[in-house]
Design a protein around this ligand. Structure first.
Ligand SMILES: Cc1ncc(COP(=O)(O)O)c(C=O)c1O
Ligand SMILES: [Zn+2]
Length: 415
């Protein structure tokens, strides 16, 4: 299959040069399957940005298809024949005039990641991660997930023809189990959290039977997610917004956007101050928020993680140190909202704007309200909420409380 699709390699398709460790500075060649640095830190992809700045003018983007592969020079896949795609990326960036007015923000926006394949931004990481694993010769993949990543990786693994083992909490959203299983992934349920699932995957891959695609142990998923940062700037005509609010579990999205900001700075695409990066978590699982408040450099395990926003139930994010650095370097912050607040924001956003956000994305709107009330944002700040997924994936979160009328034969007159 791979041989059949192979074409001539365009040398400039990717400017990837290698992997580098943000903790100890170790340089690792990129052209074989790799997980963590020897020091235990995630590795990050590096590019020849000087060459890219010369040969990848942003004007070139105007002629490219509306998917995240429009930024292929700063993505790790070397041969376009290895791109595994379902049309991910270039999601709508929508103004929220009513929702903004209600909380005193005149220039509030939402990037709607719910329109990606499989209904969440996890499609970005899966598209790039699966493409690169396939390119590097992986024969089988395995990963723990809070839910949505499992569905996304199952879809892209199926698209690539690669077998995948997914392990998720037994109380993950039902749709995540079904979407993974229907795409042919062996879907295992574990009594516990994503951290327990991760330990199971670690034991499984130790035998060399599959490549470990755990968040940030696999270096390329973050490259897919960083394209949210490129898109936000491109969609605003290269005028950076004041802030971007990201609902963090493992934190890959915010690390990715931070990385993208640095790359765009080197490419000459970002001038002036970078957007402040803001992390929101749920009260019931807020390890990053606690570390931020304590002013420490890494994140402790959060005991008893519980929240309706299943994607935020990550008790010990491997990329905690990088997330804290992203917040610090951009003048951002971290805060937690309660489940009651994020569910109310979800209902309000749907009624006010017609956007049924996932609970994780809705937490971002609740965070925007809090930060405006506290004066962190001014009324004129341009604030972007990343809605990381589609509310349709969580029907049970609203089904019980919504007023349905009837069964009836006649419509009552509206008064
Ligand atoms: C809808 C949604 N939003 C946000 C997140 C958090 O993503 P990350 O763990 O990459 O920070 C998840 C993770 O599962 C998710 O499914
Ligand atoms: Zn290292």
């Amino acid at each position: 299959m791979r041989g059949a699709r192979k074409g001539p390699v365009d040398r400039m398709y990717s400017f990837l040069t290698g992997l580098s460790c943000p903790r100890c500075g170790q340089w690792v060649p990129a052209d074989h399957l790799t997980n963590l640095c020897g020091c235990g830190s995630p590795l990050l992809a590096a590019y020849d940005l000087e060459a890219a700045a010369r040969e990848f003018p942003r004007a070139a983007l105007a002629r490219r298809a509306p998917t995240l592969w429009r930024y292929h020079e700063v993505l790790p896949v070397r041969d376009p024949a290895h791109v595994v795609t379902l049309g991910e990326g270039m999601t709508p960036l929508l103004p929220l005039p009513r929702a903004g007015a209600a909380i005193g923000l005149q220039d509030l926006w939402l990037k709607d990641e719910g329109l990606n394949p499989t209904g969440t931004f996890k499609a970005r990481g899966a598209a790039v991660g699966v493409s690169r694993a396939w390119e590097l010769g992986a024969r089988a993949l395995a990963m723990p997930t809070a839910g949505n990543a499992g569905g996304a990786w199952a879809a892209y693994a199926a698209r690539a023809g690669l077998p995948l083992d997914v392990v998720m909490p037994a109380d993950a959203p039902a749709v995540n189990m079904r979407e993974a299983a229907v795409c042919g992934a062996r879907t295992h349920l574990v009594r516990g959290l994503i951290s327990d699932a991760g330990a199971m995957v670690g034991r499984f891959v130790a035998g060399g039977v599959a490549f470990d695609c755990s968040t940030l142990k696999e270096p390329y998923r973050v490259e897919g997610k960083k394209t949210m940062g490129y898109e936000i700037l491109e969609q605003f005509g290269w005028e950076p917004p004041s802030a971007i609010i990201y609902p963090a579990g493992g934190g890959v999205g915010v690390i990715g956007v931070w990385k993208a900001l640095g790359e765009m700075r080197s490419l000459g695409w970002l001038r002036g101050p970078a957007p402040r990066l803001v992390v929101v978590q749920a009260e019931g699982c807020r390890p990053i928020v606690e570390a931020w408040r304590a002013g420490v450099d890494d994140v402790d395990f959060w005991q008893g993680a519980a929240t309706a926003a299943a994607g935020l139930r990550v008790p010990r994010p491997l990329g905690g140190a990088l997330t804290l650095r992203a917040l610090r370097e951009t003048g951002g912050t971290a805060l937690a909202v309660s489940d009651a607040e994020l569910l109310a924001a979800m209902r309000h956003l749907a009624e006010a704007e017609g956007i049924w956000a996932c609970p994780e994305g809705a937490a971002g709107l609740a965070a925007a309200e809090r930060l405006r009330a506290e004066g962190f944002f001014t009324a004129a700040d341009r604030v972007v909420v990343l809605n990381t997924g589609c509310g349709l994936k969580y029907p049970d979160l609203v089904a019980a409380e919504l007023p349905l009328l009837g069964p009836t034969d006649d419509l009552p007159v509206r008064r």
